[in-house]
Every structure is written in C-alpha cells, then in structure tokens.
Ligand binder design. Structure first.
Ligand code: ZN
Length: 285
C-alpha cells in the first residue's frame, strides 16, 4: 500500500468539498481560484461539476494544464433512468453527449455516471439497470472517440429509489460485463464502506476497470444522507482497509476527497477545508 504520510501528491479535490456544486453554498471561488489553490497546496488533481464549467471547458482545462494540475474527472452525466432523468429519452442522450463534450474540452480523463433511480412505472431495479446498460452502450463509442473514459459509480442503497438503482460494486461489475464496450467503475467509500463483499468485487473489477477512488467518511449519527458527509477520520468507515483493498486490486491513481457537508465544512474557509483534507489524507486514509 502506498505511503501517504509525508506525501499528498495523490490527493485530488472534488469541488463538492467546497460546496460549489449546490446553488447557494460554498465560498464562491471560480474554477481558476480552485485550480490555483490546489496547485499551490500540492494536490495532484481536481474534479469539477458541470454547473461550474458552463461554456468555458477548454479555457478552464488549459488553466489547469498551465499550473500543472490534472483535471482528473467531471461530475457527471445526467441520470439515465428514474424519476429525475431528463425526458424524453432523447433529451437524456443529448445531455449525456453534452457531458462527454465538456469532459473532452476540459481534458478530464473520466466522466462519472450516476445512473438514476427506479424507472417510473416499474418496480425493483432489474428493468432500470437494463435501460442503463442500453444507454451506456449507446454512448460508449461517442466517449471513446473523444478520449473520455466512462465510469459507473454505485451509490449507497439509501439512494436506490431516485438517484441510483446501481447500489453495489457487484452490480456495477455485472453491468460492465453486460455492456459490450470499455466502461469503468468509481469506488466511493461513502457508498461502499458497509459492503463485506467489497474486497472480492474490487479484485473482480481489477486495474483496468477501477477508474477512481473517492474519500470522505460516514458519520455514525449522520443527519442527512445527501449533505452530511464526514471528513476522513470523523466517521465509521475503515479507510485504510478500504484503500488497501482498492490498491490490492491494482488501483494506483488519485484519491479524490468528496465531502458534501452543508452544515459543517461548506461553512468554513476553503483554505481551512483543504488543509484539513491534506492532514487527514496523510494520517487516516
Ligand atoms: Zn463519489
């Protein structure tokens, strides 16, 4: 396992950690300010959300490149199924393509897919996952042509109804097997910390499929499953054991801190948040 105790060059910032992905939250830094702060503080990468980028993808990507910071990813495609997916289906596919274009413009290596919840009019997750497979298979060649890697992110089952009918790493592996194109997986400790099959499914995914690793913590007394994630070390996830399993499966990429925290971390100055992320990354991750 890599030793991060004196080195945080493998740490990446997901801008959700500064509240920038939700209207009315965060310090309001521009993408350029975020990039400069991450570069100055020695991080290795940054991951943006689409709402921050607008039509400036190329410009922002060039700025990151100029200061030597990697744009590791972009969040995210539209929901592909479920009650929050764009309607009609063609509008969803058009927006999916727009997200691929933005990732390509930014020079982002990975575009995250959060698949969406259970399709209205259906029950359970099976039919919805089949539709997800169909949509991803359609868009995979478009992404490949733009040099963007697609990565499925399974979410905690608490989001199963409306945000992600993909809730386990096992199902993500099954979905990748089903789709006849190269599609990867992103592993987020918030969503998988409870899963006792994790190490086996990570091995099954292997180096080629594992395209990202997200850090935060699950607070024992969490008050909001969407916006009350914990700072690494403040919760119940066994972060070192999870990273050990992720790296044993072959992953050697960036570790992306992604903390949605409306009542705590989003209220603090960004430099304090970043400094705390660095300290916790070196000590408890
Ligand atoms: Zn994540």
């Amino acid at each position: 396992m890599r030793d991060f105790s004196h080195d945080h060059s493998a740490l990446a910032l997901n801008t959700a950690t500064l509240g920038h992905n939700v209207e009315g939250h965060g310090a309001g830094w521009s993408p350029e300010q975020v990039i400069d702060a991450c570069a100055e503080m020695g991080l290795g990468g940054v991951v943006f959300w689409r709402r921050e980028i607008g039509n400036r993808a190329t410009q922002i990507g060039a700025h990151a490149q100029n200061v030597g910071l990697k744009v590791a990813g972009l969040c995210r495609t539209p929901f592909l199924v479920g009650p929050l997916a764009p309607q009609p289906r063609q509008a969803m596919l058009d927006d999916f393509e727009a997200s691929i274009d933005m990732a390509a413009g930014l020079g982002a290596e990975v575009l995250t897919i959060v698949v969406g919840g259970v399709e209205p009019g259906t029950k359970g997750i099976k039919a919805s996952l089949e539709r997800v497979a169909d949509a991803v298979a359609r868009m995979a060649p478009v992404a490949a042509a733009r040099d963007v890697k697609l990565a499925l992110e399974p979410l905690h089952p608490v989001y199963g109804g409306n945000r992600s009918c993909l809730v386990t790493l096992k199902d993500a592996n099954d979905l990748c097997d089903l789709i006849d194109h190269a599609v990867g997986i992103v592993v987020d400790v918030y969503h998988v910390w409870w899963d006792t099959t994790l190490a086996d499914e990570l091995k099954r995914a292997g180096k080629d499929r594992l395209l990202g690793y997200h850090l935060c913590d699950w607070l024992a007394d969490t008050s909001d499953v969407l916006l009350d994630r914990g700072m690494m070390g403040d919760g119940v996830a066994d972060l070192k054991a999870i990273r050990q399993a992720v790296e044993a499966a072959g992953y050697q990429g960036l570790c992306e801190v992604e903390i949605f925290s409306a009542r705590n971390w989003w209220k603090r100055p960004p430099h304090e948040v970043l400094q705390t992320c660095i300290e916790r990354f070196r000590s408890v991750c």
